[in-house]
Every structure is written in C-alpha cells, then in structure tokens.
Design a binder for this molecule. Sequence first.
Ligand code: NJP
Length: 223
Amino acid sequence: MKVAVVTGASKGIGRAIAKALAKEGYKLALGARSVEMLEELSREIGGAFYSYLDVSKPESVAEFAEKVLKEFGGVDLLVANAGIPMGGRLDEVSEEDMKRVFDVNTFGVWRTIKAFLPSLKERKGTVVVVTSYISTMILPNAGPYVASKWAARAITKTFQLENPEVKFIELRPGKVDTYFYGKPGRKIEEGFMKPEDVAELLISLLKLPEHVLVEDVLFRSIY
Ligand code: NJP
C-alpha cells in the first residue's frame, strides 16, 4: 500500500485530495494547523495518521516529517498543497505580510519537499505541488500572492531537474470553491470549480503509465 502525505489537509482542496487518495487505497499522513479538523477527517475516511503542521515553521516541518517517517518508514507521494492568499499592491504591502505569504506558499513548499526528498528518492515517488493558474501570469493588486506562486513554481521545476528519479507535478487550478475566498458555497456558474474536481484530476494523473511525466496542469472552470 502506498503512503501519501497531504499538507493543508484540514480544508478545501487538500481535504478533497485526502479523501480521494483514501478511496484509492493510499495510507495517509495528514498535516495542517487545525488538528481538530484533521481528526474529524481521519474519522470520516476510516482512520488516518494526522499531526499538527505549520509549513511556515522549519521546526514544525522537521517534527512532522520525523513523525510521518517513523510511522510509515517512507513515503511514495507528497502533496504540497498548504497555501494562503495575500492581496494588495506591492508598494503598500507590509514587510510582515510579504514574509508571511512567502513563508507559507514558497518556503513552506521548499521545506516540505526537502524534508521528504530522501524517502521520495528511495521509493521513486511523486511530488504534487498545488501552485495556481497565476504561477506564470501577472495580476495587479495580488503581487504578494502571485510572486509567491511564481517562486513555488521555480522551486518545483528546479527540484525536478536536480532529482530526476522523483516525479514533480505542478497543479495550477483556476478558482476553486474553498475557504480561500472566505466561506465556501460559490456556484460553478460563477466560475468556481469544486475541490473534488481538483482531486479527481490528481487521481487521473496518478494512474498514468509509469514512464509518463506530466510536468504541470493548468485547468479551470469553463465559465
Ligand atoms: O484553501 P483553504 P484552498 N501550515 O483555505 C492550510 C491554492 N489555490 O484549499 O493550517 C500548514 O480552503 C489550511 O489548514 P490550517 C492555494 O494557494 C487555491 O483553496 O488548518 N497548513 C488549509 O487546510 C493553496 O496552495 C485556489 O488553516 C496551512 C489549507 O492550507 C491550495 O490551493 C486557486 C498553513 C488551505 O485551505 C489550497 O488552498 C488557486 C500553514 N502555515 C490556487 N496555512 C482557489 N481556492 O481558488 C494554511 O489558483 N494551511
């Protein structure tokens, strides 16, 4: 049975991915800050390992990885999904907010991959990084978020070149109905996909033949 780690598993896209992976028979290690939500998810999917994880804190990532590797002995799939929004003009955003968004969306991805990389290399595993459709585009008033996702893309691509034995897939969703935009409840007709759509896409990618590498996927609602 393969072992999958999902960061940001408490809500939204990460939660939907965790549920879909459980259905496919993966053994799961779930990480996020909201441990109660992870506990509830674990119960819902019939039991999964979960632990507090703050990807913005190096010591939290190290502790999480140590616990997961101790529990399972290794991992086959890492879904680096945890992320936060951060809008604002670049000439107005505070030093603190700029650092915060990079610490989660960029350094968080780097730290998590780095922590699990030796095991992923050993098992010829797969890393899925949830960046954004925005990771090659520019938008005004969203510079902090956009820059953090461009950098996360660069990190993902660099890891791939340096570690050809591991597959790195960059998922670049358009708008998804999660807590990202406040409370979920938006309609598909308003241009939102469902978190389950992202999970379904990921599962289909994981079922491709071994020799196929999908480097990135840009996808959105048709509306
Ligand atoms: O958002 P939301 P999504 N350490 O808010 C966790 C990208 N994306 O599912 O820690 C660890 O429902 C948080 O858990 P908690 C987006 O950039 C989205 O939409 O308990 N975990 C929760 O589980 C992000 O990378 C859209 O608060 C941390 C999860 O992250 C990914 O999709 C469009 C954390 C966020 O759940 C998932 O976001 C797009 C930390 N420090 C890209 N901080 C979209 N929704 O439209 C947060 O292009 N989390």
